[in-house]
Design a protein around this ligand. Structure first.
Ligand SMILES: Cc1cc2nc3c(=O)[nH]c(=O)nc-3n(C[C@H](O)[C@H](O)[C@H](O)COP(=O)(O)O)c2cc1C
Length: 231
């Protein structure tokens, strides 16, 4: 990534200091994904250019404190000077504008982009499951091993939760939480032989637009809210 001189690198899941070291002397912006105020402050102290804050409604790996985007974002905004990007539970123009109202400078969306035409790696079954799922149809796996992550609830995640209840060890879980178990669902579409990350925003996904259609719609939604309230 350094050789390619990408403009921005996002870091997550641990101490970013060793990666910051590799980026010294480059113009690459350092963006750190955090899930708690103290992590955001730490990232700022280490020299992050911005932090991305994910609330517990988000898809994929989450913080351990179960704090939602609505509460987390303004607190992080108040505790750092660098720009904050809001993430977790955002899927339309309402969420986008709300994030700005909370003090964020931008947003990140994960789950919503899976259900787009351009996301060709995602199997039809994964996209269909996102369309069919309601806001309560996700579950958090891997909490017992200290790495909570939100996925669509299915037979496979129910099995994972059973194992977590009885034998909460990495050894017992590893075949079920592996990258290949993830791929079996998201790439191959074998719904009950794997798991697919998704946030609670899945309940708000009702179509598979192109990314341009999605963004244009979000801009139009945000604009109509701004016209209603922003005068
Ligand atoms: C399919 C999928 C894969 C993800 N993979 C990663 C990842 O590899 N690294 C990471 O930091 N976050 C990952 N995330 C989390 C997103 O970066 C983001 O925090 C989250 O999707 C935001 O919540 P939302 O899904 O409600 O938009 C992933 C999310 C999804 C839905």
């Amino acid at each position: 990534a350094v050789e390619e001189e990408v403009p921005v690198i996002t870091m997550t899941g641990g101490n970013p200091a060793p990666i910051f070291e590799l980026l010294k002397g480059t113009a690459i912006k350092k963006l750190v994904l955090v899930a708690a105020r103290r992590q955001a402050q730490k990232a700022e102290q280490l020299g992050a250019d911005a932090v991305m804050v994910v609330g517990q409604e988000g898809g994929g790996h989450l913080g351990r404190d179960d704090v939602g985007t609505m509460v987390l974002v303004p607190q992080v905004v108040d505790s750092v000077k660098i720009p904050v990007i809001a993430s977790g539970g955002i899927g339309d123009g309402r969420g986008w504008l709300a994030a700005h109202a909370l003090g964020a400078e931008g947003i990140e969306m994960g789950t919503r982009f899976i259900a787009t035409k351009e996301c060709v790696d995602a199997s039809e079954a994964y996209k269909e499951a996102l369309l069919a799922s309601m806001e309560a149809d996700t579950t958090i796996i891997k909490r017992s091993i200290g790495a909570p992550a939100r996925a669509l609830r299915n037979e496979f995640t129910t099995k994972i939760l059973e194992i977590e209840e009885k034998t909460p060890t990495y050894e017992a879980l590893k075949d079920y939480i592996s990258g290949s178990a993830n791929k079996r669902f998201i790439y191959d579409g074998n719904q009950n032989e794997g798991f697919g990350w998704a946030g609670q925003v899945t309940g708000m996904i009702h179509d598979i637009p192109t990314v341009a259609e999605l963004i244009n719609r979000m801009v139009a939604e945000a604009e109509s809210i701004r016209l209603k309230w922003g005068q």
